[in-house]
Design a protein around this ligand. Structure first.
Ligand code: ADP
Length: 523
């Protein structure tokens, strides 16, 4: 009777003739099997999958762009450019009415709202939402499944996700597409390419299913922290939308409007039970989080909310309106002063700006002299390119000793040691070039570097300054650290021009083309 049940269900499926015929044939096989043998349950699971999959079942799209805009705005503070790009994308989709346009890829540091934007898009379109994390996936079979004959075989994660979605046109988030690893177990990126290719994905082959499944109506949205590690062919298929980090002011707004209400709701409380004012929010952002996004901030706010929830539950007195002391009572003493700019008390210490996949940060470059024979040592877990910058800086100083008023004798009589603190964090890239050089000039001349100044730029052996990436992230980090002046390459001026005025408030920019200008400003 199990077989009969399945036959009845099969009548209701909207699959095509090919799939229908295949199902009947496989069902007949099941009928001939002895229910006691292991193959029976494998075959039954196989047929169940066919019955569970949403063949040709679609939700109807709501292409009301005004409504879409409202939903995006309701769930996300700021991000004006990103929201505009998404709305434009939906507009094109509406006009063309197919999914042949490139896949959206939201690119930015963790916790800036990439996944949650995807969710809002699903809601705006009235589509189901599924999410699949690609982080660390190295086996092609995870995407495409194992053949049925394989012990413990299962369909791949794509087909599993579609089953979960229950329609054939969900919004499908491919989280961390940059973390797809390749290994000897096949290359998952090439399977991913097939999934995303409109020429091929109407007949996506899963090894377990043994039948093509139509993915062409799925709306894929990818997220990534690092564009560099996405396979180039995959990257070409995607339209990249940059979601950068937030300023302290924005974080405070996000916390007040979204994170706190959300946490209160999750804990069964209301806004009457806990109030956190702006200064206290700012204290939480600055003292307890260090990130471009707001994930850590959300966790800290959750702690505050738990404190209120617990006090209410055990009927204990507590302050509804949180003071600075309350913040410290609940979260402990403010921990993160590291991000703060430290005054340069000694020569040889310079503040640089770094950019990693988790956002911008400031870093300090220190160098010291010791008696020796002119050796250069570099420490602080630096990558190859960054070490090269140090060598270039050293050579440049040596060949321009006169210009800096240095006796070239000194180079032979001292060893130089350059260190970039926080040795546990790997650092690389050419963008600390001017910082290293400034550090060395400051060291050899024993003149301290100007206060509240930070810099980023690549150098050449001839002392030219070249532009570097991640300018917006770096500027946000500089503001977080209360830096006042920045030295950037002239060619980075246009990157700064693209940044909203409010991000730049309180900063003075110096644009340079040559190392001598850097030294004139800094020392
Ligand atoms: P990502 O995918 O970029 O790592 P998430 O989408 O998981 O980040 O966001 C982390 C949390 O922060 C979520 O709860 C999200 O709703 C919230 N969040 C991030 N950015 C914003 C924003 N601009 N407005 C409101 N909430 C935000």
């Amino acid at each position: 009777e199990e077989v009969d049940d399945m036959a009845v269900k099969a009548k209701k499926k909207k699959w095509g003739k090919k799939v229908g015929d295949h199902f009947e044939k496989e069902l007949a096989k099941l009928q001939r099997m002895n229910p006691q043998v292991a193959e029976y349950s494998i075959q039954r699971n196989y047929l169940d999958l066919f019955l569970d999959l949403p063949w040709n079942e679609f939700s109807k799209d709501k292409f009301d762009l005004k409504r879409a805009e409202r939903i995006l705005n309701r769930d996300h503070y700021g991000l004006e450019d990103v929201k505009r790009r998404i709305i434009e994308y939906l507009a094109v989709l509406k006009l063309r009415n197919d999914m042949k346009s490139p896949i959206l890829c939201l690119y930015g540091p963790p916790g800036v709202g990439k996944t949650s934007l995807g969710k809002s898009v699903a809601e705006a379109l009235g589509r189901e939402y599924v999410r699949m994390s690609l982080g660390g996936m190295r086996d092609e079979a995870e995407i495409r499944g194992h053949r049925k004959t394989y012990i413990g075989a299962m369909p791949g994660r794509i087909i599993q996700s579609i089953k979960k979605a229950g329609t054939s046109n969900p919004v499908f988030i491919l989280d961390e597409i940059d973390k797809l690893a390749s290994s000897h177990q096949g290359d998952p990126s090439s399977a991913m390419l097939e999934v995303l290719d409109p020429e091929q994905n109407s007949d996506f082959h899963d090894n377990f299913l043994e039948m093509g499944f139509d993915l062409s109506k799925v709306m894929f949205i990818a997220t990534a922290n690092n564009l560099g590690s996405i396979q180039p062919a995959l990257r070409d298929r995607m339209e990249i939308i940059n979601v950068t980090g937030y300023t302290i002011e924005e974080k405070v707004e996000i916390a007040k409007r979204h994170l706190l209400p959300k946490q209160l709701k999750e804990h069964g409380l209301s806004s009457k039970d806990l109030k956190i004012g702006k200064p206290q929010m700012e204290k939480i952002v600055e003292g307890y989080t260090r990130e471009s996004g707001v994930r850590g901030l959300e966790k800290q706010i959750a702690k505050m909310v738990r404190y209120a929830a617990k006090s209410i539950a055990i009927e204990e007195e507590y302050s509804v309106k949180i003071s600075n002391q309350d913040v410290e009572k609940v979260l402990g003493p403010a921990r993160l002063e590291r991000d703060k700019y430290e005054n340069n008390q000694v020569a040889g210490v310079v503040t640089g700006l770094a950019w990693t996949s988790v956002g911008g940060d400031i870093l300090f470059i220190e160098s010291i002299l010791s008696k020796g024979k002119g050796n250069l040592t570099i420490t602080g877990n630096l990558g190859k390119v960054m070490k090269e910058s140090a060598t270039i800086a050293m050579e440049y100083i040596k060949s321009n000793a006169d210009y800096f008023g240095l006796d070239s004798e000194v180079f032979g009589n001292y060893n130089v040691h350059i260190h970039v603190p926080e040795g546990a964090t790997p650092k690389d890239g050419p963008s600390a070039g001017i910082t290293m050089l400034t550090s060395l000039v400051s060291l050899f001349t024993q003149k301290r570097v100007k206060k509240s100044l930070a810099m980023t730029g690549e150098i050449t052996l001839r002392g030219k300054v070249l532009p570097v990436g991640g300018i917006k992230e770096k500027i946000l980090a500089a503001k977080r650290a209360r830096i006042k002046e920045l030295i950037l390459c002239e060619e980075n001026r246009r990157d700064v021009m693209e940044i909203k005025e409010e991000y730049l408030k309180g900063l003075t920019f110096h644009y340079v083309t040559d190392m001598s200008e850097v030294i004139d400003i800094a020392i």
